[in-house]
Ligand binder design. Sequence first.
Ligand code: F3S
Length: 753
Amino acid sequence: MAFDIEMIQKVYANMASRVDAARKIVGRPLTLTEKILYSHLWDGIAKQAYGRGVDYVDFAPDRVACQDATAQMALLQFMHAGKSKVAVPTTVHCDHLIQAKVGASTDLAVANTQSKEVFDFLSSVSNKYGIGFWKPGSGIIHQIVLENYAFPGGMMIGTDSHTVNAGGLGMLAIGVGGADAVDVMSGMSWELKFPKLIGVKLTGKLSGWTAPKDVILKVADILTVKGGTGAVVEYFGEGATNMSCTGKGTICNMGAEIGATTSTFGYDDSMRRYLAATGRQDVVDAADKVASYLTADTEVYANPEQYFDQLIEINLSELEPHINGPFTPDRGTPVSKMKAEAEANGWPLKVEWGLIGSCTNSSYEDMARAASIVNQAVELGITPKAEFGINPGSEQIRYTIERDGIIATFEKMGTKVFTNACGPCIGQWDRAGADKGEKNTIVHSFNRNFSKRADGNPNTHAFVTSPEMVAALAISGRLDFNPLTDTLINDKGEEVRLSTPYGDELPSRGFDVEDAGFQPPAEDGTGVEVVVSPTSDRLQLLAPFEAWDGKNIVDAKLLIKAYGKCTTDHISMAGPWLRYRGHLDNISNNMLIGAVNAYNQNTNSVKNQLTGVYDAVPAVARAYKAAGIPSIVVGDHNYGEGSSREHAAMEPRFLGVKAVLVKSFARIHETNLKKQGMLALTFANETDYDKIQEDDTINFVDLVDFAPGKPLTLEFVHADGSKDKVVANHTYNESQIAWFVAGSALNLIAAQV
Ligand code: F3S
């Protein structure tokens, strides 16, 4: 599992020259974020200053991490790149597909049976292509990345939105879609709009019941779920250096909940301590040599208002514990105000469950602080009023807290110890009685609390708070319990008080583990066979999409004219379809089923021009494909907004759609369509959208002259024989046109090997 010290040393070797050159070009002191961005330019030394929130820039990330749900399609695509090995260090983590029900050993055995073929596939592809594989039960992706791979000043991408967690170790770590990960694994650059910068100055010091979690709960309350969009949040100040490294990870983790591109902290002693405790003194030695490049220039933090687009200041000495929710992580309530808020809003006061874990809060310190509260309850003779469950963040954490008696403490309170995995955080929680839909309250230390997320019950009011507050609220059984001021009645009827939580930042006897659950890849993977059953309904090997035949597309049928909002969820729904994320044919049965048909205002009901009968969108697309007829999708504004999931582009490609013509695109989806070898076009004149009729047949007039900056012309032939010519703009450059010609970006990479 060894981290790649040589790669890290290489990054540091380039740092000084690249950052110094960037500072000269930009003409002012640099923030940490800018230093990391400019030292990871694909083209090496900076040749120009980039506009924040304006310029798209190519970067060269140092690492890639994938979780089991998203890795399937990413790796199926990577297999087509024709590479014998990944170009940058990459890991795969099995953490999403394990349900929490009875307890770790039983639940893990069930998952290993139910998802065996997916795990076997991920294991064999990883083994073949030089990817580190973390087995089911090894832990949650972001905790393992922090423990093993994150390093100050590095840049990584991951196919999970909480990849941002690695900012706790001073990285710029960013969540992406699988197609982006495939590019980087294949040795290509990765594009990002140069972000805006939000500075958060932390003064004072955390104490008592207040934890790092409360910092981000407060920031979420201030910025809301959209406030960080397009920005990197950079934390600094004495409050930042006074905090543990894993606490910094918690804060960066929930940067995803404010929509931030990522969050980060400058290199400091807490990172040195954490790196050393996790067996990476080599990284400390290397980082110390370039320490001034691993934090902002001194002038930046002295006069932050001059260098950040937005500045927030929080005094940690005055910060109260927060409880955010229900249903959204940005609805913040300080613990002292919860009684009044809960009563005013009719939130159920009885707490049914307390859950500790998720990638947000499952460090040694988190577990130790929560256990200190549980221990007090046991010693004070209080029987807890709510049920309690924990998901340790990694096997290393679980083994160490078991050795140190922390698990035994939790078990004294009847706590269920679930697998080292996401569990309830991703809705993998078989909660007894949740199907009854009763209104109830749970508290957890996770990051997201959207309706139905944990247990599928829309009436579960989930509140996000720190692990120690979860413990206190679960013991009291009350949402309005304030451990700073309130007392509890113990089993003998005596009035007792919980004192402040305490937990070591790092285990005094060091971390320990017997089997961390890591499978290193084969040195030479050429002989490794990738296991995919041809009868599987969850996995399917991909066949390359066919190359363009060099002719105009003619006699295409209109598949759907989508009306209004059409996000990636409308194009490729999640929920039950998650199961088919590794099977393109099966998941294509959800293609555009959420899009509204402009002609009848219904979803998943479009006219099959061959029969005149209305049918499901995927069924009609399949009928055209079977008849050898190309099809075209027409859409409205900001088509494809939402997630970066590549399925939303792969499914139409697979079902024979050749072009998507819309009023405007969400940028990532537009790129995804291009990568899959499709034509992503926009109306030169938006009102032409109204000319498209339900029975139209479409001919391209000048596709044979496809060139950068040159609009294309399409002829729409209506049922009565009349015709409309529509001019379509596009943003393809030469290399993107080459993707179209080759059939996909991957085909092109494979052809170049
Ligand atoms: Fe897993 Fe929840 Fe984190 S799903 S990766 S624990 S946000």
